[in-house]
Design a protein around this ligand. Sequence first.
Ligand code: NAD
Length: 432
Amino acid sequence: MSQSTAVAPGAPVPEAQQDEFNPFLAMAERFDTAADHLGLDAGVRDVLRTPDRELTVAIPVLMDDGSLRVFKGYRVQHNFMRGPCKGGIRFAPDVHLDEVRALAAWMTWKCSVVNLPFGGAKGGVICNPQELSMGELERITRRYTASILDLLGPDRDVPAPDINTNEQTMAWIMDTYSMHVRRTSTAVVTGKPLNLGGSRGRREATGRGVMISCREALKMIGLRPDETRVVVQGAGNVGGIGALLMHREGYKILSLSDVYGAIHDPKGLDMPDVIAWQQKHKRIDNYPKAQKLSVAEQIELECDVLIPAATENQITSKNVDRIKARLIVEGANGPSTAPADKKLEARGVISVPDILANAGGVTVSYFEWVQDRMGYFWTEEVVNSRLEQTMVSAIEEVKATAKKYSVSLRTAAYILAIDRVVTVYRLRGVFA
Ligand code: NAD
């Protein structure tokens, strides 16, 4: 019998901490810093900080053993001033509402930084996919989709994969939505399989965007890719693919980790071999041709670039003094807490913030949505070159904003993003 986390309506759910580890407070602190630079008044700040809609749903699911369990799911739409909401769906045992709120707000700023015509949203279901069968996962996904259906639609809210969800999950969402609206609607989700309206290059897009961000930021410290030592936390869609692409470009990948542990080779990992091992064994910590480390030890390794690409709150006030990287490229959302950030900045460590560094995924999701609506599909070369253009021009704009306001790349990215949303908000006016 599955022991997966199920939460009955009204039952206690994982509580959000009201400290540096609360992602929504972390987002709000960065927002306030940027809003101060923009001189935003209290009313506009309130509008932009407050999520527009939050839906909590109970998801009854028939388990394989015949029992009935109720899971809890969320969809938060933070802001849709600039266009339909866009944002992933996460399946994890520790999902909580403040986390989903923060992730939704980050999506608003991320879409704005790379200038996509989208607002921000995020979804989550409290469950442990490792303990669920494919059938149970499919039933959770379909019922969750049906429960939030009124919020969804190609012109309303377009989900995508996030932690523990993938192309198959998106295919189930697309099918459930299409069956309800009585027509095939591919543009309702992105990150779909290729033969279901997916885009070429989407699977690699976030890792590719991380690589482009890293290359552009390295110019600020005068290093070339082939002389750069990199540590990557997380071996999933972002970290695993990012490390593989960077290895191909000549970077030395010293270490890679997954939730079970880290592997390390001072001479550089043979990334294609590591990924082949991972595909076979479903984990990398037992890869035999490298030293083993704990994830906590890994993040403190001597290196030039650290890429946290797993989850939130990995660089905190507890370990920041032992972080040795000169450049941090945030593949994950919210991997550094606000107090840690301040310490890194004071030490001259450059951080390419999440809302910029991992925006490659939503950029190609946008391309997928455009292709679905046109019914005409692009080659991988076209997708990759448009991604390159979008990322490079966003990075240039963030660097120019940092120079103009004499601030970090993170504050600059928030200033740029918030200013664009405020401009649209003022043009549209307040609907009464
Ligand atoms: P994923 O589920 O594909 O992979 C996550 C990886 O991190 C796995 O290898 C897992 O084992 C590992 N991991 C989890 N907790 C860890 C820990 N404490 N220490 C070390 N490794 C750990 O997820 P993903 O899609 O790669 O997403 C990773 C991060 O990137 C998340 O913060 C997500 O929100 C963000 N992100 C993803 C995308 C995307 O397109 N997939 C886009 C933008 C941002």
